[in-house]
Write a protein that binds this ligand. Structure first.
Ligand code: NDP
Length: 513
């Protein structure tokens, strides 16, 4: 494959200050022996490789953990059944080769493993040596040293790892090129970003002392999902570029916005982890609040990641204290049957909370539209207009409209009506890793519209963003601050942690309050 095919797009819809960098790229997965690395991080890297986003002439992947295994043992682990199956399922859309097995073995050759502890100079010096060997082998053609450290580790291990990376493993100046061409070092950290304000601040300051904010990528894989990304483009090209949405997206027309997250499975052996964090920290405070910000934010100055993140923070700052009577917490029956969950656990697995935004656009809002004034069809009983975005499963967008149907006026989830009436066209983001907009009907079932096109795994997109230096879909430190203290007091009174978001869960729940 030629170099031009590998090069990054700089003229994309999302073009910002990202540098179209080339050069040695070392991706180091710390905690390489763990579940996250095996199930998410390595598969994302290999899919990116197979689609041509990680040039073999530049990239090198290193696993690091304490477990003593060989390169081949790690390769065997990560070429496990799950990923091979998922790759086969999607092979029709692979751009590099029609033979997945070739790609699999080729990409596995890029992987090496270094064993060491998370706080020993020896281990990280060895790691640095391994990275440097790769860089030196490439430096006759290339200039920069790009080092991406992906922490697939429990947060308790982050502090020593930050220190070790800073001390021993930062990118090095290579050859005769000016410093600004010498590359970068970036650190990707996984949620949870702390358990409460104190621990979040502590984690923030520990990394903040050693790395600058542009070097830090806090990963929330929800932000990499196709339809969450679509929300960004909807908001920018939909809300802010279409007159249809522009005048409607405010409290005069919209009564309330519901963000619903449902899971139809339990803790599945991860109850120990879950019980420490609960549904609020695990889902609401991170995933749902991110979606909430995207729906409610004002028009950013531009589509640059920092401008979008500025607007998200403003939304969070405009949220009013949560009222006691506007919170419901619950726990599904059978949760404590999980042997890893303490018998007397009161950790919420269910939460509903109303967030009220106090600003000009959203003052007093309780995307459901208000009743039609002077409704001559008397359709109140059927329901209101709704604009629905389903993120998973089966990503889709549709409007619920009131239409004439079978001699009666009824509330209708209408897809073909919208098309038939040529009701409107809307820009959406084309699925895939490039950010470009296409025009299509407002009623969109992703599966129908994009048959045969692979909807990208969130982790693939986010890893690629870290390489491109695009922080748009990552959480900035000031987005992590929790809500008003009154909300914490409220939860403390009830003995539970306060929640931010709106959740429905399927199994029966007992009320915790
Ligand atoms: P694991 O518990 O599997 O830990 C990953 C690796 O870290 C282990 O293989 C182990 O490697 C090392 N490790 C584990 N515990 C300790 C410890 N106490 N001290 C030092 N090293 C330790 O975690 P996951 O891979 O499941 O997740 C990693 C991080 O990502 C966690 O913070 C988790 O919350 C987060 N996360 C995970 C998701 C998932 O799908 N699994 C999803 C979203 C977030 P070794 O002993 O070889 O050094």
């Amino acid at each position: 494959m030629s170099r031009s095919e590998w090069s990054y797009r700089s003229d994309s819809f999302w073009s910002n200050d990202n540098v179209a960098e080339t050069g040695c790229l070392s991706i180091i997965v710390l905690g390489a022996s763990g579940d996250l690395a095996k199930e998410k991080t390595f598969p994302a890297l290999f899919h990116l490789y197979c689609q041509g986003f990680l040039p073999p002439s530049e990239v090198h992947i290193l696993g690091y953990a304490r477990t003593k295994i060989s390169d081949d043992e790690l390769r065997n682990r990560i070429a496990g059944e799950t990923w091979i199956l998922s790759f086969k399922k999607n092979k029709s859309t692979s751009t590099r080769s029609s033979s997945p097995s070739e790609d699999v073995s080729e990409s596995l050759k890029l992987v090496k493993y270094v064993s060491g502890s998370y706080d020993s100079a020896e281990g990280f010096q060895l790691l640095d040596k391994e990275i440097a060997m790769h860089e030196i082998s490439k430096s006759s053609q290339e200039v920069s040293s790009r080092r991406l450290f992906y922490l697939a580790l429990p947060p308790s291990v982050y502090p020593p790892v930050y220190r070790m990376i800073r001390k021993y493993c930062m990118n090095k100046y290579i050859r005769y090129f000016p410093a600004d061409l010498s590359g970068w070092t970036r650190v990707v950290v996984e949620k949870p970003f702390g358990k409460d304000l104190d621990s979040a601040e502590l984690l923030g300051s520990q990394i903040g002392e050693l790395f600058d904010e542009p070097q830090i990528y806090r990963i929330d894989h929800y932000l990499g999902k196709e339809l969450v990304q679509n929300l960004v483009i909807n908001i920018s090209s939909g809300r802010f570029a279409n007159r249809f949405f522009l005048p409607l997206w405010n409290c005069d027309n919209i009564d309330n916005v519901r963000i619903v997250f449902r899971e139809d499975f339990g803790t599945e052996g991860h109850g120990g982890y879950f019980d420490e964090y609960g549904i609020i920290r695990d889902i609401i405070q991170n995933h749902l609040l991110q979606v909430f910000c995207l729906v409610a934010m004002e028009k950013p100055v531009s589509l640059k990641p920092e401008h979008i993140r500025d607007e998200k923070v403003k939304v969070l700052q405009s949220v009013l204290p949560i009222k006691d009577e506007e919170v419901v917490l619950g726990q599904y029956e059978g949760y404590r049957d999980d042997v890893t969950v303490p018998d007397h656990s009161n950790t919420p697995t269910f939460a509903t909370v109303i967030l009220r935004i106090h600003n000009e656009r959203w003052e007093d809002i309780h995307v459901q539209f208000k009743d039609v004034p002077g409704d001559i069809f008397k359709c109140e009983k059927q329901g209101r207009n709704e604009f629905v975005i389903r993120l998973q499963p089966s990503e889709a967008m549709y409007m619920k409209l009131t239409m004439s149907y079978d001699q009666s006026y009824c509330f209708y989830e209408c897809c073909f009506h919208v098309c038939r009436l040529s009701f409107m066209l809307q820009h959406v983001k084309q699925p895939g890793l490039e950010m470009s907009a296409v025009q299509m009907s407002i009623s969109l079932s992703y599966k129908q519209r994009y048959q045969g096109v692979m909807i990208r795994e969130a982790y693939e997109r986010l890893v690629l963003d870290t390489i491109r230096g695009d922080q748009q879909h990552f959480v900035r430190r000031d987005e992590l601050k929790p809500g008003p203290t009154e909300a914490d007091e409220l939860s403390a009174k009830a003995g539970y942690v306060q929640t931010h978001g709106y959740i429905w869960a399927l199994p029966p729940h007992r009320n915790l309050l």
